[in-house]
Design a protein around this ligand. Structure first.
Ligand code: ZN
Length: 87
């Protein structure tokens, strides 16, 4: 009976690919803006290799030191960062 006039047929409600915000990230190396899907995520941070120190320092505390950064493909190649494999 009373159909919603907004809905035209089955798929009147298409979800657009981009949701308004284009997600850009800043390349850590050159400072340029790279689209997120192109950027290579890299965890930068310091890893404690010494087991003695590692025990002394709380793991969570260590975790705070690492931060995720992004590189543009150019810089990633330049720095020798491998791109994660994609299907
Ligand atoms: Zn870069």
């Amino acid at each position: 009976m009373a159909r919603n006039p907004r809905r035209k047929g089955r798929d009147g409600w298409k979800q657009s690919k981009s949701r308004g915000k284009p997600s850009f990230v800043t390349c850590e190396c050159c400072g340029g803006k790279v689209p997120r899907h192109k950027a290579i995520p890299w965890t930068q941070g310091f890893r404690i290799t010494d087991p003695v120190v590692r025990q002394a320092v709380d793991d969570r505390y260590v975790h705070t030191f690492s931060r995720k950064v992004y590189y543009c493909p150019k810089c990633a190649r330049f720095l020798g960062i491998r791109k994660p494999k994609r299907r």
